[in-house]
Design a protein around this ligand. Structure first.
Ligand code: FAD
Length: 481
């Protein structure tokens, strides 16, 4: 019997697994998809928000600021790319100036440090590409950017190293109440547990409804993005927001930790919570709005577009409460959920302990992870790495300078990836200008060789996303579709 089952392995489930793994507990994570961070956690703006936006007194405000304060140290401990680049919220007229003043006051109430209001000239002195129409901005120096899927992966990998059991492609379809707790049912098995935590993102209402009367409904809101090549990166140093509205934080222009420029999102309410395709209208809107902030963004340098689904809902705050005895909802974790994740996990731990989860520290548990990235090494470090392991000398992804040693490290990491995108999330390959055009065939070969499978079985991304169709008669090569 398991002590705790965590349903869903986005950044919230992963951060919780990380915290639980510090204790002598039997923990099982059940995830519907074939990898960590396949929901909102991989398709967002990647901002560690300072915390001036949420309404004071809410869980969102408290946990945003706490999570943001924890992020730098955690990212250092876990080798997660993080950059404290600061943020500016841009105001274009008198009405938006009022909003900025309100955000400033709110930020002070929420305990955000270092906030200041800058006039148009001061704003452009910091960010020369910002529009001449900007009259006032709110500067938040504690805002940061992060690699969101690496954040979740790092939490999950450490949890796995500490003994947490992860099962993928295990969608929870039903939950039964038992004398000792619950039986959680997937198509592949039935799992007995004393406690359950629902971290199912946009599906957290469905999972809640398996054990308790309906008390909230997820109202999904899609956001589209464009990723631009590194040659556009100098257009913004801080994260440049526009004034937020009820549906979201507005279209932003921001650098990424990988050195690209990111533009988006819009906010489109959707019926189908799992349909995360971009639309031409959405991308057009995002481009138009971004040009309002930074008029010289050159969209000919777009290398990718994607969309993410917000778990917005019909209540105003994060839902972190017991739906039934020993069944905790961490539901409707919309933005700033990425920023708040480590604080949400600690809050959940407190609640679980309060209802009897025994919390005895595991002295052999680690809370760290080290990851070497060839592209970040000095020349001397590179030479040393290559002399110790010649596979550091074989560059597989030329755009991002990712070596064969790093790809093999990703394949043999604690949570084995089975797809090209799984390698991308772990090693950073395929993130560059050519978007995997050169490295993908080589990565297929390496995945097939190392996992002992046919290249035909290698996936692009989620279950069923095969990229090769058949082998030629002589068996030497597979035909690419
Ligand atoms: C467009 C957009 C922009 C955002 N920008 C930011 C930002 O800049 N900063 C910030 O702080 N926050 C941001 N957010 C919010 C942030 O991304 C989310 O709050 C966070 O990723 C939520 O994590 P999660 O683990 O709750 O959900 P998810 O990452 O969606 O994970 C839920 C997991 O549950 C799994 N699951 C679902 N149903 C089941 C089931 N029945 N059985 C098993 N598993 C199941 C899913 O497959 C998924 O992996 C943004 C969100 C979006 C969509």
């Amino acid at each position: 019997m398991t002590d705790v089952i965590v349903i869903g392995c986005g950044v919230i489930g992963a951060a919780l697994a990380y915290r639980l793994s510090q204790y002598k507990l039997k923990v099982l994570v059940l995830e519907k998809q074939n990898d960590v961070a396949m929901g909102a956690t991989r398709a967002n703006s990647a901002i560690i928000h300072a915390g001036f936006d949420p309404e004071p007194g809410t869980l969102m405000a408290k946990l945003n600021v706490q999570g943001s304060n924890m992020a730098r140290t955690l990212c250092e401990k876990l080798s997660v790319p993080y950059l404290n680049n600061g943020a500016l919220v841009l105001g274009f007229d008198k009405e938006e100036e009022l909003t900025l003043n309100k955000l400033y006051e709110r930020g002070i109430k929420n305990g955000v440090e270092g906030l200041s209001l800058l006039d148009g000239e001061q704003t452009r002195a910091m960010e020369p590409h910002v529009s001449r129409e900007v009259t006032l901005s709110l500067y938040a120096p504690t805002s940061a950017i992060v690699d969101p899927w690496e954040y979740a992966l790092a939490f999950a990998e450490v949890a796995k190293t500490n003994g947490v059991d992860f099962r993928f492609e295990q969608e929870v379809t039903a939950i039964e109440k038992t004398a000792f707790g619950y039986t959680v049912i997937t198509r592949k098995g039935r799992y007995d547990t004393r406690f359950v935590v629902n971290c199912a993102g946009v599906a957290s209402d469905t999972v809640h409804d398996m054990v308790a009367p309906k008390s909230f409904t997820i109202r999904p809101v899609r956001g589209d993005y464009c990723v631009l090549d590194k040659n556009e990166n100098s257009k913004a140093h801080c994260t440049l927001f526009q004034c937020p509205s009820k549906s979201g934080k507005g279209v932003l222009v921001t650098p990424t930790v990988h050195g690209n420029l990111l533009v988006g999102p819009n906010a489109v309410p959707c019926e189908d919570k799992f349909r995360v395709n971009t639309t031409a209208d959405g991308i057009d809107f995002v481009k138009r709005m971004a040009l309002r902030s930074v008029p010289d963004v050159d969209f000919r340098s777009t290398i990718r577009s994607y969309a993410g689904m917000r778990a917005n809902h019909d209540r105003d705050d994060f839902i972190i409460e017991f739906a039934a005895p020993a069944f905790l909802d961490i539901a409707g974790i919309k933005s700033p959920g990425l920023s708040a994740a480590p604080a949400i996990a600690l809050e959940a731990l407190k609640l679980l302990e309060g209802v009897g989860l025994p919390m005895e520290r595991n002295p052999s548990a680690t809370d760290e992870r080290k990851k070497l990235r060839f592209r970040n090494m000095t020349v001397e470090e590179r030479q040393r790495a290559i002399s110790e392991n010649p596979l550091y000398g074989r560059v597989i992804c030329r755009c991002e300078t990712v070596t064969e040693a790093e790809i093999l490290g990703a394949i043999h990491s604690p949570l084995t990836p089975h797809s090209i995108d799984g390698i991308k999330r772990r090693a950073g390959s395929g993130m560059g200008r050519c978007q995997g055009g050169f490295c993908s065939p080589k990565i297929v070969e390496l995945l097939a060789r190392e996992l002992g499978i046919s290249p035909l079985e290698v996936l692009k991304d989620g279950a069923g996303s095969y990229i090769l169709d058949s082998e030629t008669k002589d068996g030497e090569k597979a035909n690419e579709l």
